[in-house]
Design a protein around this ligand. Structure first.
Ligand code: MG
Length: 216
């Protein structure tokens, strides 16, 4: 392992990040993601995949895990936002809206964040759909983080496409898993349940709605 890249300066930037990017991903969740990803990457080839980059908050924590382990993160997103980021939703962010094309565009905010944290060497953004990306992402990863769209079809498609890419002993993380349906949408919880009942994954730990499973 390299020296810990989470210096006090980096930590204070990361602490501010979650607020800037509307608190979809908290600092505590980020630190947990960093910890679990670092462990999995140090025990393998140092390769992680993130599904759903959005503005890059969680990517930053994964990027520092890659830096700590001399690894790299591939972060996949079409960068057009998910259904729940659309204009009629509570989570809509006006500043990400491209009026001319009537769509969300998160790529430039994502890129500037990764650049400002000097993580370019450790984070490879892929602007593609799940179908296209999984056509060429064939190697097994140590750590895969699914944090994409919450629609049923999208979530299950991400799960069926990426879960097989976790190496044996590697870790699958899923965000926004709410056992209580009043706290959040069902699909992330349903794919988590699918994973544990598939007998291919076992529950490791969770922090709030951020769940970690190990591939058998
Ligand atoms: Mg999320």
């Amino acid at each position: 392992m390299n020296t810990n890249p989470l210096t006090p300066e980096v930590l204070s930037v990361l602490e501010r990040l979650s607020t800037i990017n509307r608190g979809f991903f908290t600092f505590e969740e980020g630190m947990k993601l960093f910890e679990e990803a670092s462990l999995a990457m140090a025990g393998g080839s140092g390769y992680a995949i993130e599904v759903g980059s959005y503005c890059g908050t969680s990517t930053a924590f994964l990027g520092f895990a890659a830096k700590a382990t001399d690894g790299f993160v591939v972060s996949v997103d079409h960068h057009l936002g998910s259904e729940e980021n659309g204009p009629s939703w509570e989570s809509f962010d006006q500043s990400l809206y491209d009026r001319e094309r009537s769509t969300i565009n998160t790529l430039s905010r994502f890129r500037s964040l990764i650049y400002s944290l000097s993580l370019d060497e450790y984070v490879a953004p892929i602007t593609a759909s799940t179908r296209v990306a999984t056509n060429f992402l064939r190697d097994r990863a140590d750590f895969i983080f699914i944090d994409g769209g919450h629609g049923e079809e999208v979530a299950f498609n991400d799960y069926f496409s990426y879960a097989p890419l976790v190496r044996r002993g590697g870790v699958l993380a899923i965000h926004d898993v709410f056992e209580d349906p009043t706290k959040g949408g069902r699909p992330p919880f349903e794919i988590y349940t699918r994973a544990v009942t598939s007998e291919q994954f076992t529950h490791v730990t969770n922090l709030g709605s951020l769940y970690f499973l190990r591939r058998r």
